[in-house]
Design a binder for this molecule. Structure first.
Ligand SMILES: C/C(=C\COP(=O)(O)OP(=O)(O)O)CCC[C@H](C)CCC[C@H](C)CCCC(C)C
Length: 295
């Protein structure tokens, strides 16, 4: 049986998608206010788990179960292009899932179960019978909660020896997860026609491009404004001002996007999302200082 090349396997695992959950994990680590140097092995184990293992598994699972949709939308991807022959895509998805679970064992009980939950959501997102991605509300929620919330909370819990992170950290993880629902929608503007043909009810399909663009922006903005308010409430005005500045910088990009959703979705992803995720780290540092002082 023909085998895929190593570069094709790497393409299937899509390293470019690993950054968001690794960043969210790092935010949880920072917000925990624990020493980085004393916990560096856990930090490295967690970063490898979130990006190159669990996120990579989710991409392989997704490409396998989306191979018919991708034949229309993304024919050059490894599976529809034939560069990943036969059932290799599925075998790699299963192998990476098992590898992730084995690796997660090194992060203790919390790390293992968080990994199991992330993998369960990854399979439920793409594979039947759930195939959550068929409905944009469910699919985006699964992605947003796991990419941001689960990764953030796990970063904190691992640093705290398996204890639940502080309420403030949990709240920020939840708020940034809610906002990430909007970010996930940005990804769906590139495939509206193929999604319609294959019965994938993404938000642009359900609400139309303009409706989905407005919804995505509101969903991204509201939690960030709440974060600004919470940081003020917690006595962190400089961090609040930093997050506010990052939110305001997103507004002109969002206005352009709402006017021309299909043309500007990629622009908002490229320039607006980095501002959003920078705000995550600013707020995580706010908690770092808050808890460092009060501990
Ligand atoms: C495959 C995923 C999104 C892309 O899907 P889509 O088909 O819409 O887009 P493309 O056509 O462009 O491919 C992501 C699915 C993510 C999943 C629900 C869960 C991932 C888990 C996280 C990586 C969290 C890890 C947490 C950690 C602590 C173990």
């Amino acid at each position: 049986m023909a085998r895929p090349s190593l570069s094709t396997v790497a393409e299937l695992l899509k390293p470019i998608t690993w950054f968001p959950p690794m960043w969210a994990f790092s935010c949880g680590v920072v917000a925990s206010a624990q020493s980085f140097s004393a916990n560096w092995t856990l930090i490295v184990l967690g970063l490898v788990l979130t990006g190159p293992l669990v996120c990579a598994s989710s991409q392989a699972v997704n490409d396998w179960f989306d191979r018919h949709v991708d034949a229309i939308n993304e024919p050059n991807r490894p599976i529809p292009s034939g560069r990943m022959p036969g059932r290799w895509g599925l075998y790699i998805a299963i192998l990476w899932t098992v590898l992730s679970l084995v690796w997660a064992w090194g992060l203790g009980t919390w790390g293992f179960w968080a990994c199991a939950l992330g993998l369960a959501l990854a399979w439920a997102y793409s594979a039947p019978p759930f195939r959550l991605k068929l409905n944009g509300w469910w699919g985006n929620s699964a992605c947003a909660l796991s990419y941001e919330g689960l990764a953030w909370v796990t970063g904190g819990a691992v640093m705290l020896g398996g204890a639940l992170p502080a309420g403030e950290s949990l709240l920020l993880a939840l708020l940034y997860s809610a906002g990430a629902h909007g970010i996930m929608t940005l990804n769906d503007f590139k495939a509206i026609e193929g999604d319609k043909q294959m019965g994938v009810r993404s938000l642009p399909v359900q609400l139309g491009p303009t409706g989905a663009a407005k919804a995505a922006c509101i969903i991204m903005l509201v939690p960030q404004f709440v974060v600004v308010g919470m940081l003020l409430q917690w006595g962190q005005p400089w961090h609040a001002a930093g997050v506010l500045a990052l939110v305001l910088a997103q507004l002109p990009l969002m206005l352009a996007f709402v006017r021309q959703p299909i043309e500007k979705a990629l622009m908002l992803s490229a320039f607006g999302v980095p501002l959003y995720v920078s705000g995550m780290m600013v707020s995580a540092w706010a908690l770092h200082f808050l808890h460092r002082v009060t501990l």
